[in-house]
Design a protein around this ligand. Structure first.
Ligand SMILES: Cc1cc2nc3c(=O)[nH]c(=O)nc-3n(C[C@H](O)[C@H](O)[C@H](O)COP(=O)(O)O)c2cc1C
Length: 163
């Protein structure tokens, strides 16, 4: 059975809801085995054991979240050259932008020579004030549907070996 690894970080819940929606759809699709892990608990062995990946991160200070960056920093060289060609997709949760986080994450994945199999959605919470930014987030159904679609596609595609 193929294995899909979903790695995420979330401070105020938005990215967590996105990752969980993708994971739920991936499991319901009856495709690959689905493993969900938070970034600090994910290491090189988790990447090596997976056939495909979904990375989900907030944009913080015009970059991927520091916790997510630490995960990539920790794993980058131990798996370099060992996961080439494996498919991946990404999800970005942002206040109002998200583009730098998307570019940065995709650049890291390109360094690993992963194969991007879906456009990266940027889901904006439209939080503007410090109070709104620090508040727990609630991602809407339409946005979660995009995450579900990617989760299901990855899961089925991996199990069928179409990537
Ligand atoms: C320290 C900090 C920096 C942020 N910087 C950005 C930013 O550069 N661009 C942006 O669009 N949103 C930014 N945001 C907003 C977050 O991306 C947004 O609140 C998102 O929902 C966070 O995801 P989470 O709910 O999974 O933690 C920032 C939030 C924090 C706490």
């Amino acid at each position: 059975m193929a294995r899909l690894l979903i790695v995420y970080h979330s401070m105020t819940g938005g990215t967590r809801q996105m990752a969980e929606a993708a994971a739920e759809a991936a499991r319901e699709a009856d495709g690959a085995e689905v493993i969900v892990k938070v970034a600090p608990e994910t290491g090189p062995d988790d990447l090596l054991a997976a056939d495909g990946f979904l990375f989900a991160t907030p944009e913080n200070l015009a970059a991927i979240a520091g916790v997510m960056k630490a995960f990539f920093d920790h794993c980058y060289y131990p798996v370099l050259g060992k996961i080439e060609g494996r498919p991946y997709a990404a999800l970005i949760c942002a206040g109002s932008d998200g583009d730098n986080a998307r570019k940065q994450l995709e650049r890291i994945a390109t360094g690993w020579r992963l194969r991007k199999v879906a456009d990266t959605p940027i889901i904006c919470t439209h939080a503007q004030t410090p109070e709104e930014i620090l508040a727990e987030k609630m991602i809407g159904e339409t946005d979660l549907a995009q995450c579900r679609e990617i989760g299901a596609m990855l899961s089925v595609g991996l199990e069928m070996g179409v990537f």
